[in-house]
Design a protein around this ligand. Structure first.
Ligand SMILES: Cc1ncc(COP(=O)(O)O)c(C=O)c1O
Length: 367
């Protein structure tokens, strides 16, 4: 079976893990610190607070932003459930907005349609790695949290996505452009938010162990001034992250090559709408290749590909459809995408033969 997502891990990751094992240190330690520094340097970020998942990065970022309880956070309906869960778990109200059909991204217009005097923040997602129109959205005057889970290598001008809005979050899960078993990170241009995120991620322990002890005779005492679950990363995950960071350019070049091949091969397929390329001055991360099947036969295509050993999927089922969010909204573009969109395989482990197989199977589909 050709997988829809995948990562390239091997001897480089094993070698990094080996040194942590030899040093008898697996938990939060020097590798996490090094990953935080190297990642921040590569992306030109002030700092990174690494955590145990992208989902928890969103949760922590919102908590560190200290938004008024009960206030509203606008986010796309066409995104992963963790985005809305992070809002709700912080005692805030998720308010879903629509996305643009072509880019699958939120726009200043779709956000404005849902703004009210209760809006305290906007969470945007650079869907598939295509940068969102940040300048227009930031001009709305509400703090913007960038979910850059798909956009580790996306840029607008000279600035990497995640480092443009008030706060940015990354995911390093096993299928992301920078893959680890599970991992995430928070960044911000506001040192107070960063400091709060760093303090909160370990059960809200302000300072731990010896560092915290006011009475140095009892160095095991620590201060706690907020509620937070344990969201700590570890040195084994960070070891893999460090090796992945060194490979990122190579993996990105492969993703880009496959993307460009698909764009060429599918140009004249009448029933298929191709994803939108980066605009001038932008850089795409090529996280997923998301087509739209515009003749009503999306499910048939997915079955046809599965029968040929090619796994595809949909990212995402619109969030306003889930009853726990009690939303009576009609969001026509997200709903249309739910019927038309399909992610086809795009990742650095695909061989040229895999890509040929995928192209032939799609072009051979009787749309
Ligand atoms: C847009 C988006 N945000 C957040 C996440 C959560 O990241 P993680 O899987 O690392 O928890 C994902 C995961 O796929 C995602 O697609």
């Amino acid at each position: 079976m050709i997988s829809v997502f995948g990562s390239l891990v091997g001897p480089e990751e094993l070698e990094e893990i080996r040194t942590s094992i030899e040093n008898q240190w697996m938990g939060l330690g020097p590798k996490v610190k090094q990953f935080e520094e190297d990642f921040a340097t590569r992306l030109g970020l002030p700092s990174l607070v690494m955590v145990d998942s992208g989902s928890n990065a969103l949760y922590l970022a919102l908590k560190a932003m200290n938004l008024p309880r009960g206030s509203e956070v606008i986010l796309p309906a066409f995104t992963w459930i963790a985005c809305a869960q992070a809002v709700a778990l912080n005692g805030l109200k998720p308010v879903f907005c629509d996305v643009d059909l072509e880019t699958q991204n939120v726009t200043a217009e779709t956000i404005s349609a849902q703004m009210s005097d209760k809006t305290s923040a906007v969470m945007i997602v650079h869907y598939a790695g295509k940068p969102v129109e940040m300048a227009k959205i930031m001009a709305l005057g509400v703090p913007v949290l960038e979910d850059a889970a798909h956009a580790v290598d996306s840029k607008i001008g000279e600035r990497y996505c995640g480092g443009i809005g008030a706060v940015g979050c990354y995911s390093f899960d096993a299928v992301k452009n920078l893959a680890t078993p599970e991992g995430g990170g928070v960044t911000s241009s506001d040192p107070a938010i960063l400091e709060r995120a760093r303090r909160l991620r370990y059960c809200g322990i302000a300072k731990s162990g010896f560092e915290a002890a006011t009475n140095k005779a009892r160095w095991w005492e620590y201060q706690i001034d907020d509620f937070c679950p344990k969201l700590l990363p570890n040195d084994i995950v960070a070891s893999i992250g460090l090796a992945q960071l060194r490979k990122l350019d190579t993996c990105q070049a492969t993703r880009r090559r496959i993307w460009e091949q698909y764009q060429g091969e599918f140009e004249n397929v009448s029933w298929l709408a191709r994803p939108v390329d980066a605009a001038p001055g932008e850089q795409h991360s090529y996280f997923t290749y998301n087509i739209r099947v515009v003749n009503g036969k999306r499910d048939e295509l997915a079955r046809h590909l599965l029968d040929k050993g090619i796994y595809t999927t949909l990212r995402y089922h619109p969030l306003h459809y889930y009853p726990i969010y009690e939303s009576n909204l009609k969001l026509p573009m997200s709903e249309q995408l739910n019927e038309e969109a399909l992610c086809i395989p795009l990742h650095p482990r695909l061989s040229s033969a895999d890509v040929e197989t995928i192209v032939a199977a799609i072009r051979g589909f009787n749309g």
